[in-house]
Design a protein around this ligand. Structure first.
Ligand code: HEC
Length: 720
């Protein structure tokens, strides 16, 4: 089967004029109709059969029934309520009139895409998980139709018609996502939050691992879709002697402290070239790199591999020796641009830093110049920041890169206090973290986030972005020895939990990290133990902790500590903190006393960039806080998660905002044409498709992030 047809077709005719395009489409349609069924389906141009709309991950649809003229008449067509509410980041796929997606607790379901009526639903036995899952992958050959999706540490194959596991796949329907990793991974936290990428009978899987010391190393693995057998592995942290190994200390793997370097955000594939494009995250521990001196390849890269063999082709590194957690957050976009009169097959990558980079797809050579710019060195003993970082000359960044004291929010009730914090803090692009707080802008979640960018066939890239400053600092790790007054539970807590829940257990609820003070009143020991093992939402699981260690942490949280710490805990080799000098003080957003960002709006934006010229076409504020508008403050924009969709109907659809709206913009001008309130905020990328002659736009509405209410719906809109 061939998923590439639609996208080859799209890219081929993008520079033709309208009439030529129409004639070409007619010709192409006739041609494809005449192909054997296996070739022409399931990739009907009217559907959305792969994550983010296709293998190019361009969030683009050639549908135009809903268009500039009639979008104001859009109405709710159906709503599917799954019953289990909570954050859903899923971008549903629609194949042959069936919509496949997941619920908040990661149950897979199939709906009639025209009515929203459920066809089947598959719930794994045992306790439900609630890790983010951005969707599923559809594969077929003849009558063999499969849904591939990740649940906990496994990749599963379900029968797409019945929703039941395909027993002949792997081990009774599943294969472990740890098989191609280092042996230590068996005890480590490994899941997948983003759908795999197909090439013929291969599925290449993104994985999520821990971010602390002793996290698994996140190699890229390709599995056979029919058998579940692993076919190739690309080592994102090279073995000694391999190219790139010299960008790490020689013993880094043997020591086992450094991990991650994983690709979690999803990939794009050029099936004609047999090339896959893989973005990677930072190395762990995220915020101190004294034990991983060097540029750290292939962390924070875009890597191009031969998708059939896993063989390395080229790479580009966006952050050298990352100590800010600047993972590449979204799949790249495979686009065509016209540059100096030549049409180039290119690959564009948006970053958390709010930049967009553009490369020749074949060679990895930048299309616009990129400068290696000098940045300040770290003052922390043991740390050695890389002297330079790459900054594209074009396009200009789509997020503010720094702020001055004049940009401290004028609507803050405690402006003077914020100014004083700001004055005392370090700031600036790629400012190394230290013991004094550093204002990190764009923040920990970008800039661009996992929603990524949409691109239309004209080479215009549309990206939503956050403008949220964070305050990061490090502190000296308390010594975990006899002289220390800390209990063993407290030491374990400091090693594994403090990053997010804080030294005093207060977390940072405003930033999305709950307080664990008196957690006893809310959860049983059993529930907390399970949470530590499996993780939840943005909290990773800690499967490498032994059950005694988990109990010791729970003892500490529940104030039920015994005076003598059991030796099994002290003797454990899984506490990866020996010699680690600094700990991270927490993911703190820099907020005012009302919980708004401490800097002046906009706090969320939507930008259109012409990738042919590198010029911005427009930028709009995205999102509105009604309570501020009511006070006469112009719309401020809000934090936003989930990406846009662009269509041949001239529209851009996006939910993503904290205000719980779905909006449609004129893609040429950024003018808002239509909006509607969703049952709960849609922190997910919409999909659009046509069934029985009618075009729909559908989005998952799980809410539950940024303090918004929970939801359990998928809602579809259409013209009446
Ligand atoms: C990378 C950040 C991170 C780390 C590290 C982390 N957590 Fe969490 N934790 C979170 C987030 C985010 C939530 C909220 C999850 C949700 O509800 O979606 C959470 C939720 C929890 C909850 C439930 C709180 C409630 O109000 O229901 C408990 C209990 C908890 N964490 C304990 C721990 C323990 C114990 C550790 C260390 C072993 C730990 N966490 C490490 C981020 C983290």
């Amino acid at each position: 089967m061939d998923h590439m047809i639609r996208y080859r077709q799209t890219t081929k005719y993008q520079f033709m004029d309208k009439n030529a395009r129409f004639a070409f489409s007619l010709f192409a349609a006739l041609f494809f109709l005449s192909c054997e069924t296996k070739l022409s389906s399931p990739e009907m141009p009217t559907e959305w059969s792969e994550y983010l709309g296709g293998p190019d991950r361009n969030h683009y649809s050639s549908l135009s029934q809903i268009n500039l003229k009639n979008v104001r008449k859009l109405q709710r067509a159906w709503e599917y309520k799954s019953g289990d509410s909570g954050q859903v980041q899923c971008n549903p796929i629609i194949v042959k009139g069936i919509l496949y997606a997941v619920t908040a607790s990661n149950q897979v379901f199939a709906l009639d895409a025209a009515t929203g009526l459920e066809k089947w639903r598959y719930r794994q036995p045992g306790e439900p998980t609630s890790n983010a899952n951005r969707g599923v992958t559809y594969w077929e050959e003849g009558n063999d139709k499969r849904i591939l999706y990740a649940y906990n540490s496994d990749l599963w194959a379900l029968n797409a018609e019945t929703g039941q596991p395909i027993i002949s796949f792997g081990n009774g329907g599943k294969v472990s996502l740890k098989v191609g990793l280092e042996p230590a991974a068996k005890e480590q936290y490994v899941i997948s939050t983003t759908p795999g990428t197909l090439f013929e009978d291969l599925i290449v899987m993104p994985i999520r691992v821990g971010e602390g010391y002793g996290a698994a190393i996140g190699y890229v693995q390709a599995f056979n879709v029919k058998t579940g057998k692993i076919v190739w592995v690309f080592k994102t942290l090279p073995d000694p002697g391999e190219p790139g190994a010299d960008t790490w200390p020689a013993d880094v793997k043997a020591k086992g402290d450094v991990g991650a370097v994983n690709s979690w955000a999803g990939m794009a594939v050029d099936r004609k070239r047999e090339m896959i494009f893989i973005p990677t995250g930072s190395a762990a521990f995220d915020f101190y790199g004294g034990d991983r001196l060097g540029a750290n390849l292939y962390a924070n890269c875009l890597i191009a591999l031969n998708v059939r063999t896993g063989k390395y082709l080229w790479h580009y590194q966006f952050v050298h020796h990352d100590i800010w957690d600047k993972d590449v957050p979204a799949p790249p976009n495979l686009i065509k641009v016209k540059h100096n009169g030549t049409v180039i097959d290119a690959v564009a990558q948006v970053t958390k830093q709010g930049m967009v980079f553009l490369f020749n797809r074949d060679t990895g050579v930048p299309i616009f110049p990129i400068k290696e710019q000098s940045f300040p060195a770290s003052k922390l003993p043991g740390e050695r920041t890389w002297p330079t970082q790459p900054i594209p000359v074009l396009p200009a960044p789509f997020s503010r890169q720094t702020v001055t004291v004049n940009e401290i929010s004028s609507i803050a009730g405690n402006r003077e206090e914020l100014i004083s914090i700001f004055r005392k803090s370090e700031k600036g692009l790629f400012q190394p973290l230290g013991l004094t707080p550093t204002v990190v802008l764009p923040g920990a979640d970008g800039g661009a986030e996992w929603g990524g960018a949409a691109v239309d066939p004209d080479g215009i890239l549309y990206v939503n972005s956050n403008e949220m400053p964070w305050l990061f600092s490090l502190s000296l790790t308390p010594k975990e020895n006899k002289e220390s007054s800390l209990s063993m539970g407290n030491v374990l807590y400091n090693n594994t939990c403090v990053t997010c829940h804080g030294i005093e257990l207060k977390g940072n609820p405003a930033s999305g990290f709950p307080s664990l003070v008196n957690i006893k009143a809310k959860h049983s020991r059993k529930e907390v133990t399970r949470l530590i093992s499996s993780g939840k939402g943005m909290m990773p699981g800690f499967s490498s902790l032994t059950s005694i260690q988990k109990q010791t942490i729970v003892d500490f949280l529940f104030h039920e500590e015994k005076t003598e710490a059991p030796n099994a805990v002290t003797g454990s080799t899984t506490i990866k903190s020996a010699g680690r000098p600094y700990q991270f003080d927490g993911y703190n957003k820099f907020l005012d006393n009302n919980g708004y960002p401490a800097i002046s709006p906009p706090w969320g934006t939507l930008t259109a960039i012409d990738m042919n010229t590198g010029k911005h076409l427009w930028q709009k504020t995205l999102g509105e806080l009604k309570e501020l508008t009511a006070k006469g403050i112009p719309p401020t924009g809000t934090e936003n998660y989930g990406g846009p969709v662009v269509t041949a109907g001239g529209l851009l659809f996006i939910a993503a905002t904290k205000d719980g709206m779905l909006r449609a913009f004129d893609k040429r001008t950024g003018t808002l044409l239509w909006d509607t309130e969703l049952p709960a905020a849609g922190y997910a990328t919409p999909s659009t498709y046509q069934v029985n002659g009618k075009q729909y736009v559908v989005v998952a509405c799980g809410g539950a992030k940024l303090g918004t209410k929970k939801g359990d719906s998928y809602v579809a809109f259409a013209l009446k």
